[in-house]
Design a protein around this ligand. Structure first.
Ligand code: HEM
Length: 489
């Protein structure tokens, strides 16, 4: 209140505890969506003195998170994750500043829009393995999608071909990610509210969180160190295959150089974050695609008709075909919009007191861009709950004026997802292959009736479809031949 300006509007709270009872515990993005209808498109609330500002329109995210991004690109302190569980080198959690910038640069040089084409052959090969696995066990499609993305990212990042099941690198990464998602739930660990607790000895009663954190930390470190070490050794023995980690290691200063240790730390972290950033998000988007196909058969038929007319049934799609498949591209955009994997984005922090539109936004306010609301704005996307790829098309082509889901789906400002181009290509490979050879349909019950599927999602930091069943059947004999064939590109 130093400037005399008011705080933005929001639910009235109690002294000291603030809005602790209003703060949504589950499906926060839906709750915020309701608040915008009451308080307007920016809502401020406090929990134990910590201010939160939730933004509910593209105008607000553009004005605040994009145009003022120098002041809104920090992350909150996360004592449990960062100080105790070893996630302090993760680009996504780093405080904004020169150290973050160095990590971001290291990552960006291997995942920017002009370079991701180098990984297309890996993405196509893994999409092919996916359609083979779907043939063998279609009921495990959710798992197969996870495996497909893990295989893509491990090959691209480390040149490691993961095994079909129980791969040690993948198992460690998945366990580390599980620990991270547990600790990322706001309010789950008291140490995140009272950071001083991180100093209490592990043996003390009530310090169970420290013992848990120590176990999780082993996984976090192992996830980053082991595959990186593998590449270092392969390089030393002259056996390394091209990979992001190999390129990062080869660009390091000489072993005797004083800068080496620090640069190597950055290289190791930049490689590891690819799995962390991409796994849950891209996989969730691919799973939503399966759900959409099972719910919207006409959309699926139209996409398949396009593929059949452009590609025929004697080969699988490749990246050269992409421009000629506007409907498939529209379908990918609609997947990102319909059920965004990150519906409440990732929190940003305001570094210095700011004034905006007659309001004060105090330093340290946690700012949330509510992606769900932006991508479900009925003025921009009529019937937002429905899956309608046609909304992205005009005269049979992608409509350049349609508001792209990437205005919100990948976050905002300087922290916008640097893996978005890789993710988009991964989804294209998976979606175009699956549509070419399979028909996805809803399950049937014991009496042979079709089960009506609904778009039910999980809650948490990220959103994925709640477990569902569907039928996945080859479209024809020619499709079966493609599934078992060896041709990919
Ligand atoms: C559907 C797929 C994906 C979605 C929806 C998604 C979404 C996001 C979001 C919302 C953020 C936070 C942005 C912000 O703070 O405003 C983010 C950050 C990040 N993403 Fe992604 N992402 C996806 C795929 C990927 C992939 C495949 C990778 C790696 C190859 C990746 C790597 C990262 C990294 C490293 C960050 C942290 C950036 C930073 O804090 O500076 N993401 N992503």
């Amino acid at each position: 209140k130093r400037t005399g300006l008011p705080l933005p509007p929001g639910p009235k709270g109690y002294p000291i505890i603030g809005n602790v009872f209003d703060m949504p515990r589950e499906f926060a993005w839906m709750e915020y969506d309701k608040w915008f209808k009451i308080y307007g498109d920016m809502v401020y609330f406090k929990v134990f003195g910590q201010g939160f500002l939730v933004l509910g329109s593209l105008t607000r995210t553009n004005d605040i998170l994009e145009k003022r991004s120098t002041n809104y690109s920090d992350r909150p302190p996360m004592p449990m994750l960062r100080d105790l569980m070893g996630w302090d080198t993760n680009l996504g959690f780093l405080h904004y500043g020169p150290w973050w910038r160095r990590h971001r640069r290291a990552f960006h040089q291997h995942f920017h829009v002009g370079t991701v084409h180098k990984y297309h052959h890996i993405q196509l090969a893994e999409a092919h393995s996916l359609i083979r696995r779907l043939y063998a066990n279609p009921e495990n499609f959710m798992y197969h999608l996870r495996h497909a993305f893990a295989a893509m990212i491990m090959d691209v990042t480390y040149g490691i071909k993961v095994s079909e099941a129980n791969d040690p690198y993948v198992t460690t990464a998945e366990e580390a990610l599980h620990g991270m998602s547990q600790a990322a739930v706001q309010g789950r660990f008291l140490v995140d509210v009272l950071p001083i607790l991180k100093y209490i000895p592990s043996w003390m009663p009530g310090a169970g969180f420290k013992r848990d954190a120590a176990e999780w930390k082993k996984l976090t470190l192992s996830m980053a160190q082991k595959p990186f070490k593998h590449v270092k050794e392969a390089l030393r023995e002259g056996k390394a295959v091209p990979s992001v980690a190999a390129a990062l290691i080869e660009a390091l200063p000489h072993e005797d150089d004083a800068r080496r240790t620090e640069e190597e730390k950055i290289a190791q972290a930049a490689a590891a974050v690819a799995y962390v950033g991409g796994a849950d998000t891209t996989v969730s988007a691919a799973q939503f695609f399966f759900l959409a196909m099972a719910m919207y058969p006409n959309v699926q038929r139209r996409a398949q008709a396009e593929i059949d007319s452009i590609i025929g049934s004697n080969r699988l799609p490749n990246f050269h075909d992409r421009e000629s498949l506007p409907y498939v591209n529209a379908l990918i955009k609609e997947t990102m919009r319909w059920q965004p994997a990150s519906p409440a984005g990732t929190v940003h922090v305001c570094s210095n007191d700011d004034e905006y539109n007659g309001y004060i936004i105090p330093k340290s306010t946690i700012v949330i861009g509510n992606t769900w609301t932006i991508l479900h704005d009925p003025e921009v996307y009529p019937l937002p709950e429905e899956f309608i790829p046609e909304r992205w098309l005009k005269d049979g082509k992608l409509d350049p004026d349609a508001q792209n889901p990437s205005v919100a789906a990948f976050g905002y400002g300087r922290r916008i997802c640097p893996g978005r181009y890789f993710s988009d290509a991964s989804l294209y490979a998976i979606i175009s292959f699956v549509l070419s050879v399979y028909t996805i349909s809803p399950p049937v019950d014991n009496r042979g009736n079709t089960v009506r599927l609904k778009a039910e999602v999980t809650s948490g930091m990220l959103s994925a479809p709640a477990p569902f069943e569907c039928q996945i059947k080859p479209r024809s004999n020619a499709a079966e031949a493609l599934i078992h064939g060896s041709e990919t590109v």
